[in-house]
Design a protein around this ligand. Sequence first.
Ligand code: FES
Length: 63
Amino acid sequence: MIRTAVDELVKIGWKDEDILNSLEMRMKCGIGKCGRCNIGSKFVCIDGPVFSLAELKKMPNEY
Ligand code: FES
């Protein structure tokens, strides 16, 4: 559903920097200790949990 909403926002002209997504579903400990939330070199609990679509496009496609 999120991907569908993002596709529609892009289609109507929203910029990647203006489309925000929360990845908090990946978090477990929330303090940077368990390693459960990392995507590439980013930790969702430390660097996020909210990322723009522009940031997500630079990350490995693991989310
Ligand atoms: S939630 Fe454990 S390291 Fe991020």
